[in-house]
Design a binder for this molecule. Structure first.
Ligand SMILES: *Cc1c(COP(=O)(O)O)cnc(C)c1O
Length: 378
């Protein structure tokens, strides 16, 4: 160890890591919980069983501080809100945005107001919002109603919106694409991602575009000054593929869905706010939208947990679920390099994960019973 530099090699979050690629200055107070830097895990058992040579990696965003990718956008949104002197933030949420907003508000000494659809958010996410001291307003409506109300109330009360209509959210979220390009040493051929409000697919497209020096219409904040323009990390961008749950698939219907329904509550959204940006990502990249059923996405969630040791929440499994189908049909061709975003951790919604699974076995507390139970499975 050189004696001149005694700083520990300590990761301090994505704003510090990508400072020159984000709209922050020395005057921006960094509100961070060391989000980002999540693992990119290569699947081994599932592709082998499928008999495919498609190389599939999952970006495990469930390992962020509040266990979803929302932390990437939230560190930016809350830091910028703090810079502007905000004392309070507000969001509509299917659960993960509220968990993240609550944690970052706690860190910043702000009050978080979160609007959630009554009875439709998993207990893990609700527990996080409560634990971090957010004011939880359960509305008698769905996410889309909450979103409309947040936009209305922000005009009437001194609260900063931290939903992904806040452009700083997408700036933080784009860093996941930077990490993937750095980890692979190139851009993937296909990037598969669940789509709800459609902020994340838009953020990834900004990130992939910046990483290869492209200036996109969606890249609104750098005004052509993106540092990667002169010094690109790579020279290609992936095809972007967005998957939805079939009961909440406005991109497949080509219009808002009034009563979205899916067990994947994180993407139970009928009127996505980043409609145009998501279309731009798919069209510019030559990609597509598709949908999967609740049964299919739950089967993929279980398969990933059992065969690869990676536990994600139901909405997250949509990316791999769609990708595997497209690999099987050849729409994603042999030899491709595919990345799938796993947006949140399976522990967020344990009730779903154990639904219908083989139950826990009860045995007597003696050696003979335990031994018999073990041998029955070998
Ligand atoms: C928010 C969220 C999504 C959807 O992301 P959008 O940016 O709204 O499209 C998907 N999965 C999980 C776990 C989420 O929390």
């Amino acid at each position: 160890m050189p004696a001149t530099d005694s700083r520990p090699a300590h990761y301090t979050g994505l704003i510090d890591r990508y400072r020159e690629r984000l709209p922050v200055t020395d005057a921006t107070p960094v509100i961070s919980l060391n989000e980002g830097d999540t693992p990119l895990i290569r699947l081994e058992n599932i592709p082998r069983e499928l008999g495919t040579d498609v190389d599939i990696f999952v970006k495990y965003e469930g390992l962020n501080p509040t266990a979803s990718f929302k932390d990437r956008g939230m560190t930016m949104a809350v830091s910028k809100a703090a810079e502007e002197g905000a004392r309070a933030i507000v969001c509509a949420s299917t659960g993960n945005t509220s968990a993240s907003a609550a944690a970052y508000a706690a860190r910043a000494g702000m009050t978080a107001f979160v609007l959630i659809p009554e009875g439709k958010i998993p207990m893990g996410k609700l527990a996080q919002a409560i634990a971090h001291g957010a004011v939880v307003l359960q509305i008698k409506g769905n996410f889309d109603d909450g979103m409309r109300l947040v936009k209305e109330v922000a005009g009437e009360a001194p609260v900063a919106i931290v939903n992904s209509i806040n452009p700083f959210r997408l700036q933080g979220q784009k860093t996941a694409a930077f990490e993937i390009v750095e980890a692979l040493g190139r851009a993937p051929d296909y990037h598969c991602i669940p789509v709800g409000n459609a902020g994340n697919i838009s953020g990834y497209w900004i990130g992939y575009s910046e990483a290869c020096g492209h200036n996109t219409a969606s890249c609104t904040l750098c005004h052509g000054q993106c540092p990667y323009l002169d010094n690109p990390l790579t020279d290609t961008r992936p095809v972007m593929v967005g998957y939805q749950a079939d009961g909440a698939a406005p991109f497949m219907r080509d219009e808002p869905v009034l009563e979205p329904e899916t067990l994947a509550t994180a993407i139970r959204i009928g009127n996505p706010q980043s409609w145009d940006l998501a279309h731009a990502a798919v069209n510019e990249s030559g990609g597509w939208f598709d949908e999967v059923s609740d049964d299919e996405l739950l089967a993929t969630q279980a398969m990933l947990a059992r065969q690869e040791g990676v536990f994600c929440e139901p909405a997250s499994a949509v990316s791999l679920c769609g990708a595997l189908r497209d690999v099987r049909t050849g729409r994603i061709p042999a030899g491709s390099l595919v990345t799938c975003t796993l947006t949140g951790h399976g522990l967020k919604d344990p009730d779903i994960a154990i639904r219908g699974q083989r139950a826990v076995q009860t045995v007597n507390a003696d050696l003979q019973s335990v031994k018999a139970a073990i041998l029955a499975h070998i």
